[in-house]
Design a protein around this ligand. Structure first.
Ligand code: HMH
Length: 220
């Protein structure tokens, strides 16, 4: 029998929480076109702040990859992800203008503060590459699965939100997430019991933070 990858095993064992994160009421409301645009604007403004905090987190993983990875290919994948974040920040600025949002006046909400604080805790050099890359993969995978659903068969996503959904729901981003998952699984194969446990706990923490982030947007 073929060995199951660790991330696959987690996805199977924590299906309910994963589905909670990837099929949030916010995402379902985009999918069925019942979304309140106030919620969308809240999400957009808060996610802009999140992505700004995400950049140093990804940079910290790039540093860990250079120091700790046994595969040269990791650097290019993570570097590509970082480069895409520059484009993403510019996209947020344009999109905010289109929706009449002044980004300089956005105040981070509690769920966003909590999530960013969590990412910051993972930036410490004490946190192993295996553990950090697993959290990174989970963060990206939730957005990919969520927004891809809004473009899938039977979706009624409003035309003005399709570009947003395509940012994370496109095939290229899906392949990028698969690359991150492959890196995580490769690292997890040789990880100690303690690292495995830590990585699984952080995987679950990411899912919980994602749920809270969607709920925060929806509540506005
Ligand atoms: C809250 N999670 C959140 N925002 C994002 N932009 C992503 C994940 C994907 O990078």
């Amino acid at each position: 029998e073929e060995m199951m990858n660790m991330t696959e095993a987690w996805l199977r064992n924590h299906r309910l929480l994963y589905t909670g994160a990837t099929r949030s009421p916010f995402i379902l409301s985009i999918h069925d076109a019942t979304i309140n645009f106030v919620s969308f604007k809240t999400w957009l403004a808060q996610d802009y702040l999140f992505v700004r905090a995400f950049v140093p987190f990804v940079a910290s993983i790039l540093i860990k990859a250079c120091k700790e990875s046994d595969d040269d290919g990791d650097m290019e994948i993570i570097l590509g992800g970082m480069a895409a974040l520059e484009d993403e920040i510019n996209w947020f600025k344009r999109e905010a203008t289109n929706w009449g949002i002044s980004l300089s006046e956005v105040v981070p909400q509690q769920a966003n503060i909590n999530y960013c604080r969590f990412l910051e805790s993972l930036m410490s050099p004490e946190v192993e590459y295996t553990v950090a890359i697993t959290a990174f993969w989970a963060t990206e995978a939730v957005y990919q699965e969520s927004f891809a659903h809004c473009l899938g068969e039977g979706s009624k996503t409003p035309p003005e939100l399709k570009e947003t959904c395509a940012r994370w729901g496109n095939e290229g981003f899906g392949l990028y997430c698969q690359s991150l998952q492959r890196i995580a699984d490769r690292c997890l194969r040789t990880a100690s019991e303690e690292e495995l446990k830590k990585a699984e706990v952080l995987f679950l923490s990411v899912l919980e933070h994602e749920v809270e982030f969607w709920n925060m947007s929806m509540a506005a």
